[in-house]
Design a protein around this ligand. Structure first.
Ligand code: PMP
Length: 299
């Protein structure tokens, strides 16, 4: 997108001019928080939930976001509108801002707010038909009592190390266990296993981000009459599950058909996974905040 405009601390600037200082503590130390949000045909899916998670992550690290949630909602909508987008991936970043070289956040006088909206780079459609293969990573999820995986901070090295393991194994995603060996999540998505038509996903305290998609899937599943709960499980339970899928803003719901060489089910996306994906896609244009005001039709 040649003339893309990025929101940067109160102004919309051209992509090539959207730069942050080398003294920004987000850059120097990963000190900040972020969100990945998606707009479906002008509907910003569950924007309120994303903003609650953003503000809670910020509170957790004592970072004061200089806007109210209402103001931030308008900034996100504006970013979609000035770029004339309907379906988009939105990245919202709040960094501690510019300070000196020491880690002390008190040298940062003002948090910096950036919103980027880009046309969606859709996942290849064939992956939804074939499902994906994953491996389990040897890197463990960072401990909940060190840096809570429930916060979405700019400190993503733990996830990046896991993504590197997936790359080295030649697959698209890898699974993280926590220190006790319980399954936590993927490098940037949540996991669900299905056994006897029951859906289970690890609870946040195990070491999972409480994904907005994950929460939506729990609701969709319940509405469709499936039993869907949080639960603690190990790799063994993944290997012997009837179906496995991953969820996330970018990927939505994607079937996993092989884990560490073990074929899941019959090696194709299962019928519950497909049913859930269909249920999810049915709500994505409704649950959220409209970027554009409803047009009034004159009859
Ligand atoms: N876990 C991690 C570590 C993530 O980065 C993401 C992506 N935000 C998810 C899970 C999925 O969360 P969501 O459904 O809110 O995108």
């Amino acid at each position: 997108m040649g003339n893309q405009l990025i929101y940067l601390d109160g102004d919309f600037v051209k992509k090539e001019d959207a730069k942050v200082s080398v003294y920004d503590h987000g850059f120097l130390y990963g000190d900040g928080v972020f969100e990945g949000i998606r707009s479906y045909n002008g509907n910003i899916f569950r924007l309120e939930e994303h903003l609650v998670r953003l503000y809670e992550s910020a509170k957790s690290i004592l970072l004061e976001i200089p806007y109210t949630i209402e103001e931030m909602t308008e900034v996100v909508k504006e970013t979609i509108k000035v770029n004339s987008l309907q379906s988009a991936y939105i990245r919202l970043i709040v960094s501690r801002g510019v300070g000196n070289l020491g880690i002390d956040p008190r040298s940062c006088k003002q948090a910096s707010v950036i919103v980027i909206a880009e046309p969606l780079a859709l996942f290849p459609a064939e992956l939804y038909e074939t499902g994906i293969e994953i491996v389990s990573a040897s890197s463990r999820r960072n401990r909940s009592d060190v840096l809570s995986p429930k916060t979405k901070t700019l400190n993503y090295l733990n996830n990046i190390l896991v993504k590197i393991e997936a790359n080295l194994a030649g697959v698209s995603e890898a699974l993280m266990m926590n220190g006790e060996g319980y399954v936590a999540e993927g490098s940037s998505d949540n996991i669900f296993i299905i056994k006897d038509n029951k859906l289970i996903t690890p609870p946040g305290y195990i070491g999972a981000l409480e994904g907005i998609t994950r929460n939506a899937i729990l609701e969709v599943a319940a509405k469709k009459g499936y039993e869907a709960t949080e639960g603690v499980f190990t790799r063994h339970d993944v290997y012997v599950a009837d179906e496995v899928f991953l969820t996330g803003t970018a990927v939505e719901v994607i079937a996993v058909v092989k884990v560490d060489g073990r074929v899941i089910g019959d090696g194709t996306p299962g019928k519950v996974t497909n049913d859930i994906l269909e249920g999810f896609r049915a709500i994505v244009e409704q649950d959220g905040v409209k970027a554009y005001d409803e047009k009034t039709t004159v009859v």
